[in-house]
Design a protein around this ligand. Structure first.
Ligand code: AP5
Length: 212
């Protein structure tokens, strides 16, 4: 099964992808996490991507699609995957469709999570992430038992550079899913629209029902 998770920054794509992966064993592929790994590792791709990420822009399609296609060509993605943060536009969606068609597969579900801007701002401002295992927390909505420490692995929690107020505003302006992308999946009759303002558990339940 191949699933795409769509939504604006802070809608809950990463959090829900972690929960769905735990419930279904589906492989979770996050292009944002992949870019952050490249930035951390100081690779050439990381340097190029960071020029865009630090300003709240999307990384150009040529770089993003190449990275994604390389990732889904690996053996662990043969049976399926859940894409978090990909695609962001129609060219990326078409590249994914073509790659999957080449192996007699397709996107089975597109899950669009939405939430109002004030909620997105509050979520991004309060997000903390485990440096070790990547688990996501929110200082008010889903706090760790001990501030600054991951419940799962005792790793240190940190806040993303692009969650600073100036960059967050740019991301919210530039990175909402475009109508044409939503229509791409609506036309294919695989789009489910989810109210992301509900509680974490309620959103997880709706998503799991949608892909059952
Ligand atoms: P990426 O990492 O994908 O960032 P994003 O799309 O901006 O999404 P976020 O990770 O910020 O939010 P999310 O929806 O995952 O929310 P989360 O679950 O963490 O991309 C980073 C950058 O990489 C991009 O800016 C771009 O430059 C580049 N990039 C990546 N993919 C690209 C692509 N395909 N093309 C081009 N460039 C690309 O939740 C947020 C917080 O809210 C958490 O603290 C969580 O605990 C809390 N929360 C979540 N749900 C709820 C809820 N229901 N109730 C209460 N709190 C909640």
């Amino acid at each position: 099964m191949f699933i795409v998770l769509l939504g604006p920054p802070g809608a809950g794509k990463g959090t829900q992808a972690q929960r769905i992966a735990a419930a279904t064993q589906l492989l979770h592929i996050s292009t944002g996490d992949m870019f952050r790994e490249h930035v951390k590792g100081g690779t050439e791709l990381g340097k190029q991507a960071n020029e865009y990420m630090s300003k709240g822009d999307l990384v150009p399609d040529a770089l993003t699609i190449q990275m994604l296609l390389e990732r889904i060509g690996r053996a662990d993605a043969a049976e399926g995957a859940m894409f978090d943060g990909f695609p962001r536009n129609v060219p990326q969606a078409e590249a994914l469709d073509a790659a999957l068609a080449g192996r007699a597969a397709k996107v089975d579900h597109a899950l669009l999570i939405s939430a109002p801007d004030d909620e997105l701002l509050s979520r991004l401002g309060g997000r903390w992430i485990c440096r070790n295992c990547g688990h996501l927390y929110h200082e008010r909505n889903d706090p760790p038992k001990k501030a600054g420490i991951c419940d799962l692995c005792t790793g240190e929690l940190y806040q993303r550079e692009d969650d600073r107020p100036g960059v967050v505003m740019a991301r919210l302006e530039k990175q909402k899913p475009p109508v044409a992308l939503i229509e791409h999946y609506r036309k294919a009759d695989i789009l489910s629209e989810i109210d992301g303002k509900q509680s974490l558990d309620a959103v997880t339940a709706v998503l799991l029902e949608a892909i059952k």
